[in-house]
Design a protein around this ligand. Structure first.
Ligand code: ADP
Ligand code: TPW
Ligand code: MG
Length: 577
């Protein structure tokens, strides 16, 4: 296909299609995750013709999740492209989830004719998309004129990656794409964004305040969140932890920032260190529900709402995050790279944490680790989560560069606690919302963006939300190995219908389903694994061959617990507690 915008002959014209493509490429965005249809089919074709990688999905939510995690992995906004109204709405869940998780992405949706939409005259796929997107993302823009495309893309990129990263919606009405303009003027209208995520240096007095708190601490603790993983300040974060000698806890997606086997990791003593710590330094982690809002019994408070007495230091790029749940005694506002390096410069002033604290943690860790080792050594028939995940644990130890995608309830919680990660940004999961459906979208983007193999550990319910994308994985021949922890249902496969009627219980699926056959339908490798040995062989072969693979791991249907680790959030149970 010709490239009007790069033609140098005088009088050459360009159009909206090419300006969008050129603006993305100019800003180093070379991949689009999307799903074609009116009015963006030709945009996908032309983008491919112009050398962009266009990854087509079977449902926009998965394309959106792919874009979001591409943003997390690369610090560049992932781009998702959809059609109008229904396609846009399908992408919106992912956009909203990206915003919630602070992942930079841009959802670009074609839209119907403005005049008709605004008069509500019933256009094809009519919807006021901009208005609907606005409350669900960080910023939303619409471009009406071809000469504004450069500005529109530049604003979208800046909004997505600067400050706290998030999702941006860009509305491109159908008519825009065919608008023509002089090619030279078009080229001149594009903007290459300079320094899209400017460093934000912390104030020196904020650093001093934090250092003073750490100096006085008897039982300090560092909490690493996915913001710390996103920031790609890996060496400095590791140096800060190691040179201060402070024990640390990684949040789920921060696992591997330092290897989970690191002697300072307190992960195996989590329920001991949270209530005991006296000064807690949060690095890119929010005190939301995942940390029990920084108070209550988890933190040693005397009841569910009480403050546990900890002093908090919080490093975050968003000033408004401070005091959101409990008082933050030493807020450090800035980008994590700059903040951690400023702290590192002062770390010489700190003495190592008291031995009593470190020994107490070590004691708890040793006890819990040996208890876990006992459980993992068992080989029950049928397999349970532990015996299956013991295999996965070995595999990640031997192949630490592999990416792990993980969703489900028990399939999530057990994997998080059993499978050690050794490198930063290798663990991708359900994040802040605990959302199901990220599995295949994340897997596709993880493979596309890194070229590395991906293992997706999926609950059988979780997999269902994005399962059709196994065709996408086969179509692009991606090195993705999906392992379904098949316990015949949501949490378990054993619930019964109390009426004795013929409908099964709401949490129960078809018994003994063969998910592996889904993969075979598209030319991938399907394996039915009933023992740890078969599971090990299946995954190892997938890593060796890099062929799309799906392993149906048959798990004891009685093995799971309700809601995995978050049973207490169920209304009925919470009231009873
Ligand atoms: P987790 O779920 O792992 O606890 P959260 O998503 O709750 O992590 O928190 C991530 C935090 O990191 C957010 O408050 C976000 O503002 C912050 N953040 C993201 N990127 C950066 C960065 N580059 N510098 C500083 N803070 C960041
Ligand atoms: C978009 C609620 C949380 S976990 C889960 C659901 C439906 C599935 C658990 O079953 P699975 O795992 O995957 O088989 P396991 O190992 O315990 O059997 N809809 C959305 N997000 C969420 N979180 C839900 C529903 C949910
Ligand atoms: Mg299940």
């Amino acid at each position: 296909m010709s490239t009007p915008s790069t033609s140098s002959s005088s009088g050459a014209m360009t159009d909206g299609f090419h300006l969008v493509i050129d603006a993305l490429k100019l800003n180093d965005i070379h991949t689009i995750y999307g799903l074609p249809g009116i009015p963006i089919t030709d945009l996908t074709r032309m983008a491919q013709a112009e050398g962009m990688r266009v990854i087509s999905f079977r449902h926009e939510q998965n394309a959106g999740n792919a874009a979001a995690i591409a943003g997390f992995l690369t610090q560049k906004p992932g781009v998702c492209l959809t059609v109008s109204a229904p396609g846009f709405l399908n992408g919106l869940t992912a956009l909203s989830n990206a915003t919630t998780n602070c992942f930079p992405m841009i959802l670009i949706s074609g839209s119907s004719e403005r005049e008709i939409v605004d008069l509500q005259q019933g256009d094809y796929e009519e919807m006021d998309q901009l208005a609907i997107a606005k409350p669900l993302c960080k910023a939303a823009f619409r471009v009406l004129h071809a000469e504004d495309i450069g500005v529109g893309i530049a604003r979208a990129i800046r909004a997505a990656v600067s400050g706290r990263p998030g999702g941006v919606y860009l509305d491109l009405p159908a008519k825009l794409f065919s608008q023509e303009m002089d090619a030279a003027a078009g080229k001149a209208s594009l903007i290459k964004v300079v320094d899209p995520a400017p460093r934000q240096l912390p104030a020196p007095d904020a650093i001093e305040r934090a250092v003073a708190l750490l100096k006085a601490a008897k039982k300090p603790l560092i909490l690493l969140g996915k913001g710390a993983a996103y920031a790609q300040a890996d060496a400095d974060i590791r140096a800060l932890v190691e040179r201060s000698g402070i024990p640390y806890l990684p949040m789920s997606m921060a696992k591997g920032l330092l290897p989970d086997t690191h002697p300072q990791s307190a992960a195996a003593a989590r329920s001991f260190v949270l209530p005991e710590a006296d000064v807690v330094m949060l690095i890119g982690a929010r005190l939301n529900w995942l940390l029990s809002h920084g108070k209550g019994k988890t933190w040693g408070g005397k009841d569910a709402k009480a403050w546990g007495g900890q002093k908090f230091i919080q490093i975050d790029i968003s000033p408004q995050e401070m005091d959101s749940n409990v008082a933050i005694d030493a807020p450090i506002v800035g980008d994590i790279g700059s903040c951690v390096s400023a702290l590192l410069a002062q770390v010489g002033q700190l003495s190592k944490p008291p031995a009593e604290w470190l020994n107490a943690i070590e004691e708890r860790k040793t006890k819990n680790v040996s208890k876990m080792a006992e459980t993992l050594a068992k080989d029950p028939v049928p397999m349970n989560f532990h015996s299956a995940l013991n295999v996965v644990r070995d595999i990640f130890k031997a192949h630490p560069d592999t990416l792990l995608v993980n969703e489900g309830a028990n399939a999530l919680d057990f994997t998080r606690s059993i499978v050690d990660m050794y490198k930063p940004r290798k663990r991708l999961d359900v994040g802040t919302w605990g959302i199901m459906g990220i599995g295949m979208g994340f897997s596709v983007a993880a493979a596309v963006e890194t070229g590395l193999p991906v293992i997706a550990i999926e609950g059988d319910s979780a997999f269902g939300f994005s399962g059709m994308e196994v065709e996408t994985i086969c179509r692009y021949n991606l090195p993705v190995c999906v392992v379904i922890m098949n316990n015949n249902g949501v949490y378990r496969g054993t619930d019964v219908n109390p009426t004795g009627g013929s409908d099964v219980a709401p949490t129960v699926f078809v018994k003994n389903a063969r998910y592996d056959m889904l993969m075979q339908a598209f030319g991938g490798v399907g394996v039915n694994a009933t023992t740890p040995a078969e599971l090990r062989q299946g995954i190892e072969e997938a890593l060796r061959s890099r062929k799309p693979t799906l392993i149906n791991a048959v798990i004891d249907e009685t093995a799971g617990t309700e809601s995995g680790r978050i049973t207490s959030l169920n209304p009925k149970k919470a009231a009873a507690a």
